[in-house]
Write a protein that binds this ligand. Structure first.
Ligand code: GUN
Ligand code: FE
Length: 424
């Protein structure tokens, strides 16, 4: 029998739909050839030969998905948060990211970042590296060794970045090609994604060159969009031929459609931008902690969900302080309540099952059939021991999940499976 045919026994929770959880107090979760073969209250005869791992009443849920995180920013989490986006980039972010040209510094930093992801409940991530190629390859090597599945991008920037960190258009494109060449055929679980940082730091010439690479190599794209008022005003100045921010990506085909795209934030996306994102199937990475820390605002997630758009969660470390996607779920719910109370009562607050869906199946769909225990999904699971969260009260599995979202940390994560392989 294949190694990745097995059964986990425990309490099981996953999303039945965008709004509803499916919960089992006691169930058998079957993995067959790396894919989920269903959740059963009684184990069907055809799986009787599969080895069973008994997690008793621990909770088993799909692995969490962080659709927007900056690996090099892990070093300065929890500092420098009394600025808005543009000042923060210039004063904190760029001076730190440039240090990753130092091999040892980069390797040690990325080791810490990857260890943090490995220890938590995240199984998949879309990651920004820096503009530097050797350290970006190192990050990909470390992520591959971890057993997690990720998209990783060498960052592109050719304007409005301090000289010590800025690339020329040609340097940026050549470095990108060199990076793609170096990693070709090197990984099973680690994939490249084109990463123009955001419109203010990318000329049309750079975008156009990246579009050619996207076409030739058939690559997805990740970037930032409509995050902060000063940034948006700046894009209006820089991109006189566009009517809204997203067009600056779309005019080069870097805004979904043929090449899947993740756009982080979308706090201030207007009607036309939203309609284009919907049409092109752009993934929105909602990053509530970052939007709070950088005083950017609160994205209208309820509107996006009601429109049937793809809205996932991002930690956006180090705009967000923690890599935990549970924390992002909690922040998403809390921020939506403040938005509803203080800003716009036409958009109802998010409920926990919706935030859970965003952090599992919605984000997972960027990777294929991922983020659920429905049949045929790739088998990513985390096992959670909540016995330290003391209470006299009895809880249903869904309530236990809710408590874990609000109260857990890495110590609660006691088992992890990715694509049917056991990491621990
Ligand atoms: N926009 C451009 N770069 C960044 C970044 O590193 N973090 C955030 N939050 N927004 C950005
Ligand atoms: Fe970001």
């Amino acid at each position: 029998m294949e190694d990745n045919c097995f059964v986990l026994h425990g309490s099981v929770v996953f999303s039945r739909s965008k709004e509803e959880l499916e919960e089992y107090k006691e169930a058998y979760l079957v993995c067959e050839d790396g894919l989920c073969a269903g959740v059963y209250e009684e184990l069907p005869d055809r799986y009787k030969d599969f080895p069973v791992e008994d997690f008793w009443d621990n909770l088993i849920i799909p692995g969490l998905v962080d659709l927007h995180v900056h690996a090099p920013q892990y070093n300065y989490r929890g500092t420098g948060m009394d600025m808005e986006l543009i000042d923060w980039l210039n004063k904190v972010t760029f001076p730190e990211e440039v240090k990753f040209r130092d091999r040892l510094y980069a390797e040690r930093s990325y080791d810490m970042f990857v260890e943090d992801l490995y220890e938590g409940a995240t199984t998949r991530a879309a990651v920004f590296a820096t503009a530097d190629v050797p350290s970006t390859v190192k990050l990909m090597d470390l992520l591959e060794d971890s057993g997690l599945v990720s998209f990783v991008g060498k960052v592109n920037m050719d304007r409005n970045v301090p000289d010590y960190y800025c690339e020329t258009t040609q340097q940026s494109l050549e470095a990108t090609k060199k990076w793609l060449h170096r990693i070709r055929g090197r990984y099973v679980n680690t994939f490249p994604i084109l990463t123009p940082r955001f419109t203010p730091t990318c000329t049309d010439a750079l975008m156009s060159g990246l579009a050619e690479i996207a076409e030739k190599e058939n690559l997805p794209v990740q970037s930032h969009l409509s995050e902060n008022p000063r940034e948006i005003a700046w894009v209006k100045e820089l991109e006189k031929d566009t009517e809204f921010y997203g067009q600056a990506y779309d005019k080069f085909g870097l805004f979904g459609g043929k090449h899947p795209a993740i756009m982080a934030h979308c706090v201030y996306s207007g009607e036309a931008e939203t309609a284009l994102m919907k049409k092109n199937g752009v993934f929105i990475a909602h990053c509530p902690a970052s939007n709070t820390n950088l005083a950017s605002g609160i994205a209208p997630v309820r509107r996006y969900l009601d429109m049937g758009m793809k809205v996932a969660l991002g930690s956006d470390v180090a705009g967000g302080t923690e890599t935990s996607v549970f924390k992002a779920m909690k922040d998403a719910v809390e921020c939506s309540k403040l938005r509803w109370r203080l800003q716009d009562q036409s958009l109802a607050p998010l409920k926990l099952p919706e935030a859970f869906y965003m952090g599992t199946e919605a984000g997972g769909s960027f990777f294929g059939k991922v983020g659920s225990f429905k049949k045929g999904y790739e088998f990513d699971a985390v096992v959670l021991d909540d016995s330290n969260l003391q209470s006299m009260k009895e809880f249903t599995p869904a309530e236990r999940l809710e408590r874990l979202v609000y109260l857990s940390d890495d110590r609660n994560v006691v088992g992890k499976y990715v694509r049917g392989w056991k990491l621990y």
